[in-house]
Design a protein around this ligand. Structure first.
Ligand code: PRT
Ligand code: ZN
Length: 304
């Protein structure tokens, strides 16, 4: 446990993000679009929040779950894979949950897959019995093997997992995959997915109280607003009441629309937030189904 911080420091919210690596830039961009800006310390490890009392800690992603557990930060942006690995380790050691996923952030998508040499004929999980599997995610892998009733040797490596079979260190691997190019380059192919991952906003097991808690809620609302608007457009149109159901059938990705009856007519004016791309073809299909005066507008901000 870290010593309690002085009262003035505790009023400020702290968010840990990856210093560099894949999630660093998109994490900063997301927080900036929530209206945050910072002054960076000379050592580039700390960013002092200027517009809101929200500071950033720039760290290695693997340190984020532990920092949440120790109360060093209130929130963290980290891959679900890292969070789940730490949770699996705590579970195995009989420790209580220390950090939890609040919501997914829609970047850094990948999978934690088991991959085998191209030359193997895949016969199912039982084939891994007695094999050596190299991974940087030993707790998730061990838990999965245990649940499957498979007795395999877990070879823990901190990097370059994909080359382990070629070096004779392992028979198969359990590693993160996005495009699959790295596996293919090492004559491996994925056969099982243990975890679908992406970057997530993680919070401490217990949300902070008082001013810090209110600040956290405010920030979470802003983040959800930003995520909600990603690729969203406001669609406005008119349609005769009888044709509205047909038009709405073409908008499965839209929120329930706001409808207004135009005076003395059987025509409704509708507006709704759509998540999918609003191509010309979609607009033409909507027109065909009875929508008139279609307008697609960008949405800048939203607060639920
Ligand atoms: O320095 P620090 O410890 O902070 O960074 P890091 O090197 O541990 O992490 P980094 O920046 O590589 O990844 C951060 C997070 O990005 C991961 O925890 C995942 O949540 C996410 N992510 C998304 C990925 C990938 N995609 C990914 N493809 N992390 C790693 N990879 C690696 C994978 O390990 C493999 O070596 O990329 C290779 C496979 O890529 P493909 O495209 O060839 O399949
Ligand atoms: Zn890391």
């Amino acid at each position: 446990m870290s010593p309690p911080a002085p009262a003035a420091v505790r009023d400020r919210l702290r968010i840990a993000i990856q210093k560099s690596g894949r999630l660093g830039e998109p994490s900063r961009a997301l927080l900036a679009s929530c209206g945050l800006d910072w002054r960076e310390s000379r050592d580039r490890l700390f960013c002092y929040g200027e517009s809101l009392p929200v500071d950033l800690l720039l760290v290695r992603d693997d340190d984020i779950p532990g920092m949440l557990a120790e109360g060093v930060c209130d929130l963290g942006i980290v891959g679900r894979n890292v969070l789940a690995e730490q949770a699996a380790e705590r579970e195995a050691r009989g420790l209580p949950e220390a950090a939890r996923e609040l919501f997914a952030l829609d970047f850094g998508g990948c999978r934690l897959d088991i991959a085998i040499p191209d030359a193997w004929e895949w016969e199912g999980p039982a084939q891994l019995q007695g094999k050596r599997i190299a991974t940087s995610y030993p707790w998730l892998l061990r838990r999965w093997l245990e649940r499957q009733g498979i007795d395999a040797e877990v070879v823990v490596l901190s990097g370059s997992v994909e080359i382990a079979p070629r070096l004779g260190q392992a028979d198969a691997v359990c590693d993160l995959v996005s495009s699959g190019a790295t596996l293919a380059a090492n004559q491996l192919r994925p056969v099982l997915t243990l975890l679908e991952s992406e970057s997530v906003l993680a919070g401490a097991a217990h949300a902070p109280a008082g001013a810090r808690g209110r600040l956290q809620e405010q920030l979470l609302r802003r983040m959800q607003g930003v995520l909600r608007l990603k690729d969203s457009r406001l669609l406005m149109f008119q349609a005769e009441r009888s044709r509205v159901p047909d038009v709405l059938k073409l908008l499965p990705d839209a929120d329930p629309p706001t409808m207004m009856q135009l005076d003395g007519q059987d025509t409704l004016a509708l507006q709704t937030l759509c998540r999918g791309t609003m191509t010309w073809q979609r607009l033409e299909d909507l027109r065909q189904a009875g929508a008139r005066g279609l307008m697609v507008l960008p949405v800048e901000r939203s607060l639920a």
